[in-house]
Design a protein around this ligand. Sequence first.
Ligand code: ADP
Ligand code: MG
Length: 357
Amino acid sequence: MATVTFQGVTRRFPGATRNAVDNLDLEINDGEFLVLVGPSGCGKTTTLRMLAGLDPIDSGTVLIGDRDVTDVAPKDRDIAMVFQNYALYPHLSVEQNMGFGLRTRKTPKAEIHERVLEAAKLLDLEPLLHRHPAELSGGQRQRVAMGRAIVREPQVFLMDEPLSNLDAKLRVQTRTQIASLQRRLGTTTVYVTHDQTEAMTMGDRIAVLDQGRLQQLGTPQELYDRPVNEFVARFIGSPAMSVWDARITEGALCLSDADTFRLPAELLASIGEREVRVGIRAEDLRLAGEGEPGIELKVALVEELGSDGYLYGDARLGDKDLDFVARVDGRNHPVPGDVVRVIPDLARLHVFDAATG
Ligand code: ADP
Ligand code: MG
């Protein structure tokens, strides 16, 4: 097992106008399950490939444990990678596929057999050891790819969207299996996904990337409760969030020239008086009860998701029209055209810089 450290790591592809990965500083703990998450093209795969030694680094340093591996060949880095397409050899059996990495390292036959059997037990692959990849389901292939990584007993697992070829139901099952397997083995893991639910459910910590830059590193709860910017706030947790321009002055939040909201003192102290963007998650806006004051809005649309739903509406506040999204009960909710009152939980307001958004 080992830590993984990126120090100022930058990669620009030839001819590109910006860095695919830009000055990445990231320290991954020994035994940690670290999820790298972000939208397509943000630099996740490039980051993983640089750690694996498959892509060159333009500047910066990569360490595995205390060892600087920046110039070390991929096969000497003591890592095992699980690719999105599994990259199994079609002409080899499951057993041969799983043992392949050990055979190229000239591990004794008996030891290969033993380690493959052990991994096969962990992954419920024993009955399939003599099959070929073409005779396996997508989920079984995925497990073989995992098994091949496990038998190597590497210091670090690297996984690049390993669930993206599975259907939705299997994806949910498999993500629980991978997470619990990793906890059992205790091997430091860097797991890449564009799926925020995978990130939230699997990661000890999550690193959010956008346009090659690390936006925030933290536990799932930290990212949900205290996103550092609008990008992270919208990417992590429910994407349904109302975000408005606002001004903070004299202890109050002004959304327009007419309406102000008293802010909790501790929130104010940390912000000071300035122009900001403020966001509130749909689940932190509730419908007002009978006779209770609130912000009046006209319901434009309700998206039903079964047990709950999202209500979209707009409110005229002084000189401004503001869009709102609130989470509502899926069975019993207002309908388009209704006028309702909503109450924001001001303690759960997120305040972002106006300039950088
Ligand atoms: P992600 O895995 O997050 O989707 P990538 O790391 O694959 O993102 O890509 C990051 C950026 O680098 C993207 O802008 C992508 O177009 C670019 N890129 C990736 N691979 C290459 C390549 N081989 N040649 C040129 N540009 C590339
Ligand atoms: Mg990728």
